[in-house]
Design a protein around this ligand. Structure first.
Ligand SMILES: [Ca+2]
Ligand SMILES: [Ca+2]
Ligand SMILES: [Ca+2]
Ligand SMILES: [Ca+2]
Length: 482
């Protein structure tokens, strides 16, 4: 870093202080000059003439595990820092300045700050320098986060993932929970809104939504441009018994869509706030503060994030259960995935492995000491049930050909695979248990483990945890038949 004169230094500190003041009012940190212009791309799409939703009825398959493209571990351009309470605004600005920071802001739903650094500077080194300050509780580079792929409802017959865990018996005990239970889906957004170029997925037509948030675009319309979050939402609460398409597991719940994941179209349109794991942490706090009882996180990063750990502790302390994908790393070196790795030390937060039709671990599902439960997440390399389709998890989401062309009103029934698809089965079961009156997240985790069906190596194992969830036995075992 070049030497700066005292006058320059004072000016920078003043600028940083001004940024702090702005930060308290909203979220003005714009490290891309085009932020204001790119915000308009999403708004322009929202303001187009309304398009009707269209549905393709032949089931389709999502290609492969689509998380290999961007595998850099940390997001460039900023670090995440939590200061001690005794540090004044001036102290904080000086600390940010000392490591070459260009702006300092306190974002919404956070107990930490962002220090902007030049895009070509190493955030790992910048964080290490900040950690040497006595008034810093933690300073970390921000880990990049990835989605973890891939009744009378006529395509229900292809939803082996519900039949194999006995959902019909479970629905006899509790038919789909109720609207009083809100499940937050922290993901790529959801196709929940009929507006402009965007349409609500037709098989979410009867599903209830409450206001969520888009932390990537910093607005209140967390629309999906990818399809992942819409698919995950379908497993939890696809409109069921409507004579259309497929079923969901806890189909009467209320969904709170929260967009924190930055996907291809967000990148193409230069979304203004494509942050990393710290954004997940803010999404968790938003969900807790706005009444969610269950949070689903079908996502993962290759490094930890203290803000997310503290947000998870906050969630369980407020009675919110969290289900997290264990990771799809088994065929790629089997590195741990966060925040799943935090789950084993948190009662009320579980890490979920993925199973194929034969209820053995899917080949990609991470093998880790933090795996606590297993659920169907699919294996699109085989057709073990012989229904003529690969054994993925089937829900309605964007037709992938249309989505790749930037068309967001064409839907299909699509087989995905991944621990992303397993975690929402656990969220669905948590919602059913919450609806039965169990309010403690720790009690829900304990019941799921106790009544799981042990598979693989005897007892808890690193491939499938305590075993495959058994919804009917868990509901019945607690003596809570209605
Ligand atoms: Ca349906
Ligand atoms: Ca746990
Ligand atoms: Ca099949
Ligand atoms: Ca076992």
């Amino acid at each position: 870093m070049a030497e700066r004169s005292d006058r320059q230094k004072l000016r920078l500190v003043a600028a940083a202080l001004a940024a702090c003041a702005l930060g308290a009012a909203g979220f003005p940190l714009s490290r891309t000059a085009g932020a204001a212009a790119s915000q308009n791309i999403k708004q322009a799409m929202l303001n187009q003439l309304a398009r009707r939703a269209e549905v393709l009825n032949t089931p389709r398959v999502r290609r492969g595990l689509a998380d290999d493209a961007r595998r850099s571990v940390f997001v460039p351009g900023h670090v995440v820092v939590k200061f001690r309470a005794r540090a004044t605004e001036r102290d904080r600005a000086l600390m940010a300045y000392e490591i070459g920071g260009t702006a300092l802001v306190r974002p919404s739903y956070a107990d930490f700050h962002y220090v902007s650094i030049p895009l070509d500077e190493d955030p790992v080194e910048a964080a290490a320098r900040l950690r040497q300050e006595p008034d810093v509780v933690y300073a970390e580079p921000d880990a990049a986060v990835f989605p973890l792929y891939v009744p009378d409802d006529p395509a229900y017959k292809y939803q082996w993932h519900f039949q194999r865990i006995g959902m019909e018996q479970a629905w006899d005990i509790n038919p789909g929970a109720s609207t009083g239970i809100t499940v937050a889906v922290i993901d790529t957004g959801v196709a929940y809104l009929d507006k402009g170029a965007f349409a609500r997925a037709p098989d979410l037509s009867g599903t209830r939504f409450v206001a969520g948030y888009d932390f990537v675009w910093d607005d209140a319309e967390p629309i999906d441009f990818d399809g992942h979050g819409t698919h995950v939402t379908g497993t939890i609460a696809q409109t069921t018994g409507n004579g259309v398409g497929v079923a969901g597991m806890a189909f009467n719940v209320t969904i709170m869509p929260i967009k924190t994941l930055h996907t291809d179209w967000d990148e193409a349109w230069e979304a203004p706030y494509p942050y990393g794991s710290s954004t997940t942490a803010r999404g968790i706090r938003f969900a807790v503060d706005n009444g969610a009882k269950v949070i689903n996180m079908s996502l993962g990063a290759l490094a930890g994030n203290t803000a997310t750990l503290e947000a998870l502790q906050y969630a369980v302390s407020r009675g919110v259960f969290v289900s997290i994908s264990a990771g799809n790393e088994a065929l790629k070196g089997n590195s741990p995935s966060w925040p799943a790795a935090y789950a084993k030390n948190l009662n009320g937060v579980v890490a979920v492995a993925s199973l194929g039709y034969d209820l053995t671990r899917a080949p990609y599902s991470s093998i880790q000491d933090y795996v606590e439960l297993a659920a169907p997440g699919g294996h699109t390399g085989v057709d073990r049930n012989g229904d003529g389709y690969v054994d993925g998890v089937l829900q309605q989401t964007f037709d992938s050909t249309a989505q790749e062309a930037g068309i967001f009103n064409q839907f299909a029934y699509v087989f995905y695979q991944g621990t992303s698809m397993a975690a929402p089965h656990v969220s669905g079961l948590a919602a059913l248990l919450m609806d039965q009156g169990i309010t403690s997240p720790a009690a829900i985790e304990a019941a799921m483990k106790r009544f799981a069906t042990d598979i693989g190596a005897s007892g808890r194992d690193n491939e499938t945890g305590y075993g495959v969830i058994n919804p009917a036995r868990t509901l019945r075992g607690l003596g809570l038949r209605r």
